[in-house]
Design a protein around this ligand. Structure first.
Ligand SMILES: [Zn+2]
Length: 322
């Protein structure tokens, strides 16, 4: 059996345990696949979950015993080994305070769960906790991404695979480097300034991000680089200019810059696919525009016929050569 590409290791005082590369990993490699330890039905729609403080209220209700969705889900976990692995995700701080199990469990889910919406269940928001994938720490400049969680028909065909997820490298990763992902699946979350990212991460995942983009010394640089990237993105999706090859050329250049920025920062998701498709559309539209250049020829001939302006000489010369 092949050696795993990762190790679970201590990655620092702030982040605690994380995942590091056990050997050099090439971009686009599948680093691991994981099945859920526990799947929790929040009984809240995906839209509601993402509104304001709704997720924070859910966890507060679970800690207070007002609702017991996490408790019921854990009771239905068949394997003792999975329950032990779930509890092992606790940082230990809560357990040391002799907090009730429901508080510890809610904290573990809050810090480690991935959310997904299930279209076959009225778009309800589900939470999934993994043995290994839940060890991955967040970075605003990640080097890996998660695939979509298997739901619906595929999952129903093999119940053991409900919620199975893969981690794929979005950059080349060096031996010993920490493997990180972007926690938010919302493509609109990327490239936002620190003042927008930081409160959102605290609200939804209950931690203060200390990644390289969020450290005090790098915030201003990253914010301005990403503001520029957002301006490029706005430009490439402006309405198509009519018959202006130079504008198309400029937009293609902007699209290339935007795509390289996303790739450089390790963002490989819908936003990158959308930009690549738009770039191809712009190249195609530019080619169409160039094909219409004979209209210039027609105007030259029209000018030649009246033959009275300063450029008439060129036109006559052109006419004689042909
Ligand atoms: Zn960060």
């Amino acid at each position: 059996m092949a050696q795993p590409l990762y190790l679970i290791a201590n990655v620092g005082v702030v982040a605690g345990t994380g995942m590091v590369a056990a050997r050099a990993i090439i971009k686009d490699t599948v680093i691991l696949e994981d099945d859920p330890l526990v799947v929790i039905d929040t009984n809240i729609t995906h839209v509601q979950w993402n509104q304001g403080q709704r997720s924070a209220t859910f966890y507060a209700d679970e800690r207070n015993n007002t609702t017991r969705r996490i408790h019921s889900a854990l009771r239905s976990v068949r394997w003792r080994d999975n329950r032990v692995a779930f509890r092992a995700l606790s940082s230990g701080r809560v357990a040391l305070n002799n907090a009730p199990a429901r508080v510890t469990d809610a904290n573990i889910v809050e810090s480690n769960a991935f959310g997904f919406e299930d279209p076959s269940q009225n778009d309800r928001h589900w939470l999934v906790v993994y043995r290994n994938i839940s060890r991955l720490n967040h970075s605003c400049v990640p080097n890996a991404r998660v695939t979509d969680i298997l739901t619906g028909t595929n999952a129903n065909r093999n119940p053991n695979h409900t919620g199975r997820m893969k981690i794929i490298a979005t950059k080349d990763i060096a031996l010993g480097e920490e493997i990180t992902i972007e926690y938010s699946k919302d493509p609109g979350f990327w490239l936002h300034s620190f003042n927008i990212r930081s409160p959102a991460l605290q609200t939804h995942w209950n931690f203060v991000c200390n990644c390289i983009a969020c450290t005090v010394g790098n915030r201003a640089f990253t914010d301005s680089a990403w503001a520029f990237a957002r301006a490029l993105e706005t430009e490439i999706f402006l309405p198509d200019p009519v018959n202006q090859p130079f504008v198309f050329a400029q937009r293609i250049y902007s699209a290339e810059q935007f795509i390289s920025t996303l790739e450089f920062y390790g963002f490989s998701d819908e936003r990158l696919s959308r930009a690549l498709i738009q770039c191809l559309c712009l190249v195609f539209l530019k080619l169409l525009t160039v094909k219409q250049v004979p209209s210039t020829g027609r105007s030259l001939q029209a000018g030649r016929r009246d033959g009275k302006d300063a450029q008439g000489g060129y036109r006559w010369a052109y006419h004689r050569r042909t």
